[in-house]
Design a protein around this ligand. Sequence first.
Ligand code: NAD
Length: 378
Amino acid sequence: MSASDRQGITEPPGAAGMTRPGDQRRWDFVHAPFAQRVVFAPGALARLPEEVDQAGYRHVLVLATPEQRALGEQVLALLGSRAAGLHAEARMHVPVAVAEAGAARAQALGADATLAVGGGSTTGLAKAIALRTGLPIIAVPTTYAGSEMTSIWGLTEEGAKRTGRDARVLPKLVVYDPELTSSLPPRIAAASGLNAMAHAVEALYAPDTNPIISLVSEEGVRALASALPRILTAPEDAEARAEALYGAWLCGACLGQTTMGLHHKLCHSLGGGFDLPHAETHAVILPHATAYNAAAAPEAMRRLARALGADNAAHGLWELAGRLGAPRSLAEVGLAEGDLDRAVALATTSPYANPAPVTPEAIRRLITAALRGDPPAA
Ligand code: NAD
């Protein structure tokens, strides 16, 4: 395991060696929030020119995926003379070649900042460019992934994903416009929303959680659990879209501030090792990882159940995923029975902070249940 992996999604700086579950650390905490400007409003996209001026950027490179090129062009037109150009080449999991091409384009155009409009993949490209060039990032999220609230970067090379934390990749300005999420199909919104909830679930029992993070986590889960079913039945419901994005913001902030555990480790190793889709893999694993940790993190489960309006946190998440039509088996997202041995090995090769002890036998049971689409363990 490389140093950058050790400082990745599961570990913020300074977290190494912490193994005590959150429940036992209630009155022993550090809170060190990030300095970011966050603007949240329906229609906030229109405020970008004044926000860019206020931040002092003059030559901004707009980043998007090929699928969201039209939105990138809209932002380019909005920024007018403040824009250096559009680079609509972002790809899932940030392949190194894509990062290098993005950094070269930013330098060739003399950009003084990047503006990522899109989901976690686009923000991920901005972060990879920042790692190479130091260029500050403006993020305009259009999914619930939450990358805009973290200093976590990820890069993929030869099928392996490396992650790390670096202050240079934390976006300086985040502009949330719920109207931009109205084009997210409800089923994708559901998986993305469950991906966001997973950050808050693990923050509740993280070894470095604190009272503010616990409050933010619970509210993030509550907001998403309330909004996502409404989006499914009425995709045009602006209030539900706003509440879901608000929840995603809170959950992203939890991811940025705490050490993630078993759930993120499993999704990271399954996503990277078998090229499974990011948000959908989170949606499948979340009820199972929650059940795995239930007995070891009772206070986190109590808060989570309350936020979900359920008697049992893991089953509440399972039922929510079902109601939202999100995938509930790894088979549905591309894992095969023959992958089990390697999946267990990948998930258990290196130790990480988690409330319940991680053993290969228990992880095999968890992945088998998730593969087949069984309900989470009682
Ligand atoms: P994504 O960014 O890959 O987006 C998926 C697809 O949906 C893309 O084609 C995108 O263009 C499109 N899309 C995005 N928003 C849309 C909208 N509003 N309407 C229509 N289409 C839209 O998916 P994601 O789940 O947001 O991000 C996943 C990536 O982000 C993964 O690589 C993951 O590792 C990373 N991530 C990183 C962090 C971090 O803190 N570094 C946190 C979360 C996720």
